[in-house]
Every structure is written in C-alpha cells, then in structure tokens.
Design a protein around this ligand. Sequence first.
Ligand SMILES: [Zn+2]
Length: 112
Amino acid sequence: MRQFLDYIKAGRFRVPVCTSCRTKAWPPSPYCPKCLSRTAFRKVKTTGTLLEFSSSHVRDHEGLFGVVDMDGIRLVGSFDPDASLSVGMKVRMSRCGVSDAGTPYYWFDVVK
Ligand SMILES: [Zn+2]
C-alpha cells in the first residue's frame, strides 16, 4: 500500500496486477486476490464510468464527488464543482495525489 501511495504522490496512477493471471488487486495488495501470486504495479486505463455522484458541504470536504468504475476498479473521484454530471457518463482521471492528511485523491474530467 505504501508503494501505491508513492506512485499516487508522484501523480502516477498504478495498480498492482497479478504476474500470473493478470487480475487487478483492488484495493491494492502485494498478492493476487484470486490465485495469491505476487502482483506488480502496472499502468491501467484511467477512463471509466460515473456510477453515482453527490456534492458535499462538509467543511474542508466541500466539493463534487462521484463513484467511478474503471474496468472493475472503483474509487471516489473529485470533480470540478461546475461540471454538469450525469450517471453513466464517461470520465477520465486528470490527476491524482495525496492530501496533507495522507489520503489519496483523484480528479476526474468529463470525456467530451
Ligand atoms: Zn492471480
């Protein structure tokens, strides 16, 4: 997990993929969830489908958030608060990083 965060910190989205059966380990793990072989970090597709979204007005967490599915990898992404979103639309990760609190964040754009 630390290695995953190191990649995210560098703005690179990499996911552990099984070296034997090519299953993606998500959440990130050094071992394949299917066959328990070792995984290695690989570049994966960062376009996905927006499954749901909502805006948050919680202090320090204000914004527009959505659950994105990228070929089986589901995560919560942030969107431009002015973006007009709808469920099922195609979105693409534009950048990622790690907050001061140590949690990863992922920004997405709508694919035109
Ligand atoms: Zn495997």
